[in-house]
Design a protein around this ligand. Structure first.
Ligand SMILES: Nc1ncnc2c1ncn2[C@@H]1O[C@H](COP(=O)(O)OP(=O)(O)OP(=O)(O)O)[C@@H](O)[C@H]1O
Length: 504
């Protein structure tokens, strides 16, 4: 790219955090009227790059140019005033404010010095229509909305600022597939209007299809930029991980399945579970497929004792099981990796090590006192197991990159060595190399006689990893697929509750 085309440009930018080099002498530029994808493993420096561009962080060295003018933003407000708006991985919405109040929180429309609520509401309705979220009430409180809907409100909030450069940092990873399509359409519209979109995502295929230009980062360095189609997927992944890639999914179960670990019949809870029947055996990875909001989340939470008032029959390890609290479920040998790891899975201000140990204190204690050596060994093992990129295990977990925070959540539950692990979309936001590690860990667990129940929004992952997939629709399991019947087409059809024999 001719550097004069660039709307934003970084020249020789480095950023250090104590001893960690998050960005190392980076040169990068992006054009107006284009979609620029940024790819890299967890901890590669992607978020640091966009935090610098959008005024959250300063650079330790180097220059930033916006429209040819050197800039140094001290806040996101300054970057926004200069046309650069970012949608971050962490949701920035205030749960107790309404949708409309959140969208216009930075610049509410005013009338005679007062916030003009009527106008604000009207503008929110227009923006909600633009992002195809007409079902969302502008007066609803954010805490009433699903994660996917909250993420869409973040997008509306960014659009309200009329960006010239819009940065999306993993902003689509929590969305339903319909919402993802809407966001892609929006990005195409913005590109046609001359906006530069910078798009960070671990969904490789989509980045490849959507973006005009791609840049790969590794270990804080800008490795290469190229135009769409310039490299194939294998070449891109190799650039990202800096080594040859191996088969993405480990081989499936070769040994016969064991005894039934978990058996569920007629499980009901409010409007979400309408009679779920399910069996998970020792030695198998069972997938849960289907569209968002069909009861998967409630099923996993219910089995883990986090829902009140669930009815139905459950047996676990041969005995009657009545889930009553997460603590009791954990004691009985269940573990859950939740959906929203930031709020449900981590104590952000505590250290990485303490977060890993949190559910594991018993196993590293003797006579009720923590054994420092055992604790350190357990932490080191977890970090090694999931290749968590840390400076020191004593650093607060919030200093880790988003993907590395997720690995901490998965590690701490795996360390418990549960009889069954319930996983809610565990590889969302995780890079390709680590995904492979997680698949291998799941397989190792079941080879050792344990069980895995995996909800995933990624059909390829369900097909690649699972021995059997149960598809949920409207609070029930409507289809069970395995062997030759386990295909993407079959999962999609079952997700829509379409049966092969149905008339067209
Ligand atoms: N506030 C901080 N304090 C210390 N280290 C940090 C801080 N922020 C980022 N880092 C480190 O900088 C490196 C780059 O992190 P960054 O968040 O930019 O990665 P990323 O490519 O966005 O990863 P992910 O895909 O996991 O979100 C990581 O090693 C991270 O631990």
């Amino acid at each position: 790219m001719n550097s004069s085309d660039a709307i934003v440009q970084l020249r020789g930018v480095s950023r250090y955090f104590g001893g960690v080099t998050a960005l190392d002498n980076v040169n990068f530029s992006c054009k107006a009227g284009s979609i620029h994808g940024i790819l890299g493993e967890n901890g590669a420096g992607k978020s640091t790059l966009i935090k610098i561009l959008s005024g959250v962080l300063g650079a330790s060295e180097g220059q930033i140019l916006n429209n040819g003018k050197q800039v140094s933003y001290r806040s996101t407000a300054e970057a926004t005033a200069d046309g650069i708006v970012c949608i971050f991985q962490e949701l920035s919405l205030v749960p107790d404010l309404t949708v409309a109040e959140n969208i216009f929180i930075d610049q509410p429309p005013r009338r005679m010095g007062m916030i003009d609520n009527r106008k604000q509401r009207q503008m929110a309705v227009e923006l909600l229509a633009r992002i195809k979220c007409e079902d969302v009430d502008p007066d609803a409180h954010i805490r009433e909305l699903s994660l996917s809907r909250r993420q869409m409100i973040e997008i509306a909030k960014a659009l309200a600022k009329n960006p010239r450069v819009l940065i999306l940092d993993e902003a689509t990873s929590a969305l339903t597939s319909n919402d993802v399509e809407t966001v892609y359409d929006l990005m195409n519209e913005l590109r046609a209007d001359g906006v530069a979109c910078i798009f960070i995502s671990h969904r490789m295929k989509e980045v490849d299809a959507l973006c005009d230009r791609l840049s790969v980062f590794r270990n804080g360095q800008h490795i290469q930029s190229f135009d769409k189609g310039g490299l194939n997927e294998t070449e891109i992944v190799q650039l990202m991980i800096g080594r040859e890639i191996t088969a993405q999914y480990p081989p499936k179960r070769s040994t016969p399945i064991g005894e039934t670990t978990l058996s569920v019949s007629s499980l009901r809870w409010e409007n979400s579970l309408k009679g779920v029947d399910l069996q998970v055996n020792a030695g198998e990875i069972v997938g849960l497929g289907g569209l968002d909001g069909q009861g998967h989340k409630e099923l996993l939470l219910g089995l883990f004792g986090a829902l009140r008032g669930m009815t139905g029959e459950i047996t676990f390890q041969g005995g009657t099981y009545k889930p009553s609290s997460p603590a009791q479920s954990k004691r009985q040998g269940l573990a859950l990796v939740p959906e929203d790891r930031k709020t449900e899975g981590l104590m952000l201000e505590m250290s990485i090590g303490d977060n890993i140990l949190l559910p594991n204190y018993k196993s590293v204690s003797q006579a009720g006192v923590i054994n420092g050596r055992l604790a350190n060994e357990a932490i080191a093992k977890a970090i090694e197991l999931l290749q968590i990129k840390v400076g020191s295990a004593d650093d607060p977990v919030e200093t880790l990159s988003g993907g590395n925070q997720q690995k901490v959540v998965i590690a701490k539950w795996l360390m418990l060595n549960p009889d069954i692990i319930l996983l809610n979309d565990p590889t969302r936001g995780i890079d390709v190399g680590t995904k492979q590690e997680i698949y291998r860990l799941m397989r190792d667990l079941v080879e050792a006689g344990k069980s895995v129940l995996l909800y995933s929004t990624d059909y390829a992952e369900l097909i690649g990893c699972c021995d059997r997939v149960c598809v949920m629709y409207d609070g029930r399991i409507v289809s069970e697929l395995e062997g030759d019947t386990l295909t993407e087409e079959a999962i999609v059809a079952a997700s829509l509750n379409i049966h092969k024999d149905d008339p067209a």
